[in-house]
Ligand binder design. Structure first.
Ligand code: ATP
Length: 364
């Protein structure tokens, strides 16, 4: 299986290196035959190719690879698009039509947190919404008619809403058969109204799933008040982005949550940390690589489920379990969690533990 690897900017190279150490050990232990091929992106690509993400990289990801592991990008520091500053993350989401951004947030009793008992997954739409680079056929969805006025356009489609809601319900069927739709249809009658209409339409195909609907601002408060009450949460792009950061920070740290971007129809998947490029700590070997390691594990599980390959699922679950075992020991935590361990050492601890992991089932 071939995986494209793009370390990108900031702490990206450090957390990628720790993640690859874990993935190599996992591949060996579970006989996965993973092959990793690195591609340039971000500032390295800008320097060498004049653009932060080349179209040919996307073409290759689409046609030659089984999955992508994407590091972090310093998008805010990129030059304008005309000077080569292309949003790498959006490039993958749009270019590969990775509409489902799956973002779990789970508290661990042994990590200080603000949301005891929380264990939810935010299913965030990722190819439309308020994001100006993904809601126009030509041009961008943000404009300034004069220097004192800025306008923004939001795109919500029936197709986009139906498919993300369907993914949400499918996930709910695998979990607690419970789903919450997030909207603000009281104000955005047409856009959020359309999303809600699609949610109710898809719900008819999943009669076993208990459905709830929440207005986004109220849900932000409820998530803090009773975080244990929710399971699968389906949301449009912008709401899902904000709520997932809230949920993962409540779980203890932004650095603890994995995430994938996926398309169930094409089978394409990209693992990506939930946090940003953390320029303040880049190059110091102190970042916490947990988020990217767990993202890579999620991708293995997702690919395993898509393709019916049990050993990929076992391998992904083994990584997630091992990360928890390592985190359980305060002496093995990185600085953001109050420990003293370096980024590469954390990767080594996880890799070493995975390498001796008990195999629960025979390779398929
Ligand atoms: P960007 O511009 O790429 O979004 P940012 O610094 O504005 O970067 P984040 O990268 O999400 O946003 O970082 C927010 C804070 O959390 C920073 O202080 C950063 O150092 C810290 N942080 C983020 N990720 C990690 C991590 N993996 N390990 C440790 N600290 C992290």
């Amino acid at each position: 299986m071939k995986l494209m690897v793009l370390p990108c900017d900031g702490i990206g190279p450090e957390i990628m290196s720790a993640t690859l150490e874990v993935m190599e050990a996992t591949s060996k232990r579970f006989d996965l035959g993973l092959v990793f091929l690195e591609e340039e992106s971000g500032f390295t690509s800008l320097k060498n190719h004049g653009v932060t993400l080349r179209e040919e990289v996307l073409d290759r990801a689409r046609s030659e690879f089984d999955g992508v592991i994407l590091g972090t990008q310093s998008h805010m520091d990129y030059p304008p698009l005309v000077e080569g500053g292309r949003n790498v993350s959006a490039g993958f989401r749009i270019g590969l039509d990775l509409y489902a951004n799956v973002r779990p947030a789970r508290t661990r009793s042994f990590i200080p947190n603000k949301a005891p008992g929380m264990d939810l997954v935010i299913m965030r739409e990722a190819t439309e919404g308020f994001y100006p680079d993904r809601n126009m056929y030509k041009g961008v969805g943000e404009m300034m008619p004069d220097r004192n006025m800025a306008l923004s356009v939001r795109k919500i489609t029936r197709e986009g809403s139906m498919r993300i809601c369907r993914e949400g319900f499918k996930l709910a069927m695998q979990r607690k058969k419970k789903i919450a739709a997030i909207h603000k249809a009281n104000s955005f009658l047409m856009t959020d109204g359309l999303f809600l209409e699609c949610f109710r339409e898809v719900a008819k195909d999943f009669p076993e799933v208990e459905c709830e609907e929440f207005i986004v601002d109220a849900f932000a408060a409820l998530l803090v008040r009773k975080p244990e009450a929710y399971d699968v949460v389906v949301a449009t792009n912008f709401y899902g982005d904000i709520l997932s950061d809230l949920a993962s920070e409540l779980s203890g740290s932004l650095g603890l949550a994995g995430s994938i971007n996926a398309n169930a129809e094409t089978g394409l998947c990209c693992a990506q940390a939930q946090h940003g490029s953390a320029p303040d700590i880049a190059g110091k070997n102190i970042a916490n690589p947990t988020s990217l390691i767990l993202s890579a594990a999620m991708m293995l599980i997702w690919l395993g489920e898509q393709r019916g390959i049990q050993k990929l699922i076992d391998a992904g679950e083994a990584i997630a379990e091992t990360v928890d075992q390592v985190l359980d020991d305060p002496a093995k935590r990185t600085r953001d969690l109050g420990g003293t361990v370096n980024c590469d050492d954390f990767g080594r601890f996880v890799a070493a533990a995975v390498a001796t992991k008990e195999l629960s089932s025979q390779p398929a």
